[in-house]
Design a protein around this ligand. Structure first.
Ligand SMILES: [Zn+2]
Length: 167
């Protein structure tokens, strides 16, 4: 795994392969989580082409449905895919869960097409050969405050938020 200047922000996270993990592997507690690309080949042309292929796949798949409402919603998610810079940073998302009965395990399940804002970009990345890791850290109190601290620490390193996070 290629090192990144933001690695120390996520050093206490537990990381699991998104495709392989089962929901019982994720704690049913509150916390902050992140998604990162597993990048084993750091050839710029390879990565650029791979991401281009992902974006084409994402665009073509929705276009074929000819479903205007879906296309308008998913198009904004595709814009976020275009912001991924695999050569610069593998982290693509930071989120938190802590309201009501929400848990990290619940968000892991939501991400698999139930209800999560980055479901479609993640589906397209996995469908086009990327490996993704789901990382998390249990946090008891002030989860959203701590989520913002993580995002700020990340922003201090990279000058912006992860690609799939809407600011
Ligand atoms: Zn980074």
């Amino acid at each position: 795994m290629k090192p990144c200047i933001c690695d120390d922000v996520f050093k206490d996270f537990k990381w699991l392969n998104l495709k392989e993990a089962q929901n019982k592997d994720i704690c049913p507690t509150k916390g902050v989580y992140a998604l990162r690309l597993q990048i084993d080949n750091s050839d710029p042309f390879f990565l650029e082409n791979k991401l281009k292929h992902t974006i084409e796949f994402a665009e073509n798949t929705i276009k074929k449905s000819e479903w205007k409402e879906l296309i308008s919603y998913y198009s904004s998610r595709i814009q976020r895919l275009k912001q991924i810079e695999p050569l610069i940073c593998p982290i693509i998302y930071i989120g938190a869960v802590g309201k009501g009965k929400g848990t990290l395990r619940g968000r892991f399940i939501d991400l698999a097409g139930h209800r999560h804002t980055v479901f479609y970009p993640i589906f397209c990345l996995l469908s086009t050969g990327w490996e993704i890791e789901f990382g998390y850290k249990n946090i008891e109190n002030d989860v959203f405050k701590i989520e913002n601290q993580f995002k700020e620490q990340y922003e201090n390193k990279h000058g912006k938020y992860p690609a799939l996070v809407k600011k």
